[in-house]
Design a protein around this ligand. Sequence first.
Ligand code: AMP
Length: 286
Amino acid sequence: MIKVLYKEEELKKFLGNIRKENKSIGFVPTMGALHDGHLKLVKNAKKNNSIVVVSIFVNPTQFNDKKDLDKYPRNLDNDVTLLENTGTDFVYAPSVEDVYPQGFNHDFEMDLGGLDKTMEGQHRPGHFQGVAQVVRRLLEIVSPDKLYMGQKDFQQLTIIQFMLTRLDLATQLIICPIIREANGLAMSSRNARLSEPARQFAGIIYKTLLAAKRMKKNKSPHEISAYVSKKLNVPSMTMEYFEIVDGYSLQHVFSWKDSNYIVACVAVKVEGVRLIDNIIMKSEKA
Ligand code: AMP
């Protein structure tokens, strides 16, 4: 039976007892409107921890567009139902006041090594400062052994790893693969805002990323960028950026020899909805 808690103090009390029993805690932060991508994170967390905490909190500080914040879907009862049978022990669904008891500090600026300034950061000023702020605060509340995040938000997890290292936090970040719809579109809470034809058409994003990866054998990053730009700038879709970057520094690579870990990241807009995706082009592990 999932316990839904709304207050930091209540959650801390339960987790304190759990820690006394030396049980490990896995943590999955979300903004709700859950889909299979989120549920897979939770299942991964349960495989390797005794207790799983899922937070559901639409964090106002990471929205640079107030309309986007207002439109963000919220349905706690439905989310809790979806979490049944996933291994979730606790849902933490706090109010804004519980997360930011002193109000949010707009001057808050964490050193994120410049990782927050590229790609998403250029299109959503302040977004990653808000993400870092809320994740730091949630980690303070939950103190998990392991933190589970999706590769879907590649820049986000690079920044969170940077923050964990910088603050010398003991929590280990576990990255989970991107879960996709049948046509390849990366699952996202935002997909629900697309019309059915647009949702089908958006499968072109992943198909193009796969083609880009295949082209790596005989094309340069620059040539691939030109190809992707042509494919994803069509009447029903606008490409905001496509960047081939080093997976740690998020700096452009100009040749496949520039790094052992290379990721291609893309953002497009369809029917006014921003969609992001990425593919690992080169990895020491793969
Ligand atoms: P969100 O609720 O959108 O803030 O996402 C919460 C977590 O779920 C983040 O770590 C995301 O990267 C992850 N996530 C979202 N969509 C997917 C997906 N399609 N596959 C895997 N993880 C995802």
